[in-house]
Design a protein around this ligand. Structure first.
Ligand code: SF4
Length: 306
């Protein structure tokens, strides 16, 4: 909490410390990942930040699950851009058996025809589904806590924090990499942001995505103010100190929140990025991000971490 109150002039020291901690526990370099919204919109859940919820009148272009060949095409493109990992994401509380089988078909195709590591983000899983994904070669499963326990009832009423935690724990049990983070700037207090960091630490994931709310028209959070760039950098640094050995990935809302401070985010402890577009919002061009990494002399990592 003291660090969150640090005056502007002290932040450079905080960033410098966060950078040293990143190097000590993770080494140098950045992991690049790519995601595809393979099924978009019409979600029965009511997460207040999400333009894919069927509860809100948003501009999102809903589409059913893409054919496996189309997913493969996007994966090949991501691989060409330098991504090491490709994540298939669907809008759902959890996959129905039919959708699950179609996702498996795509996973098999990607495992066979690309050199990418394959991730999935399909919502809540049954134990059988979780082990089946692992056995088909999925190495990473994304399931964010979204926000801390004490704030969760403010963001969703159709499922609970414990629902999310249960799937996150199941993923760990299977041995797949757990990718588990949250979204900042949803009206939570600064203390609650820290609560989330410590709850994530307890779950011990490998990857921690930090998303910043990019308020979507039509959602209950559409009028929320975005986190200011400098505060976002400070928060990344504090997350790095709290989660020294995790792969910290700046994800949705990165560009609109950090604006000209993109590079500072990487110096403050982020060591993974999503390349290209997010689920429902566009990102910077991959070329711009690749040039930034080049300018910062940050190598692109493809080694496999445990
Ligand atoms: S965050 Fe996920 S579960 Fe919640 S409404 Fe959006 S797609 Fe559905």
């Amino acid at each position: 909490m003291a660090l969150t109150e640090l005056a502007k002039d002290g932040v450079a020291d905080l960033i410098s410390l966060a950078r040293k901690v990143t190097l000590k526990y993770n080494g140098d370099g950045v992991f690049l990942r790519s995601i595809i919204s393979a099924q978009t919109g019409n979600c029965p859940e009511d997460c207040s930040f999400c333009s894919q919820s069927a509860h809100f009148d948003t501009e999102v272009e809903a589409h059913p699950l893409m054919a496996a060949e189309k997913i493969l095409g996007a994966a090949k493109q991501a691989e060409k851009m330098g991504a090491m990992d490709f994540c298939i994401v669907i809008s759902a509380k959890g996959p129905t058996p039919r959708i699950f089988n179609k996702v498996l078909e795509a996973v098999d195709m990607l495992v066979e025809k690309t050199g990418l590591k394959i991730g999935c983000s399909l919502g809540d899983l049954t134990r059988e589904q979780a082990y089946t994904l692992r056995d088909h070669g999925v190495w990473r499963y994304n399931h964010n806590l979204e926000t801390c326990r004490s704030y969760f009832p403010n963001i969703c009423t159709t499922h609970t924090y414990d629902h999310r935690r249960k799937t996150a724990e199941l993923v760990k049990e299977t041995g797949m990499h757990l990718c588990c983070g949250g979204i900042l700037g949803m009206g939570e207090s600064v203390r609650q942001r820290l609560e989330l960091a410590f709850e994530i630490r307890e779950l011990d994931p490998t990857w921690v995505p930090i998303n910043f709310l990019n308020p979507r028209p039509g959602t209950p959070f559409s009028e929320f103010k975005m986190i200011q760039p400098f505060e976002a950098v400070k928060t990344i640094a504090i997350y790095r100190l709290t989660l020294p050995d995790k792969i910290l990935m700046t994800a949705g809302g990165r560009e609109v929140t950090l604006r000209d401070l993109q590079a500072m985010g990487l110096m403050a402890g982020a060591n993974a990025m999503i390349l290209g577009n997010y689920l429902t919002t566009p990102g910077r061009t991959p070329q711009e991000d690749l040039r930034m990494l080049d300018d910062l002399e940050l190598p692109i990592r493809k080694d496999i971490v445990n």
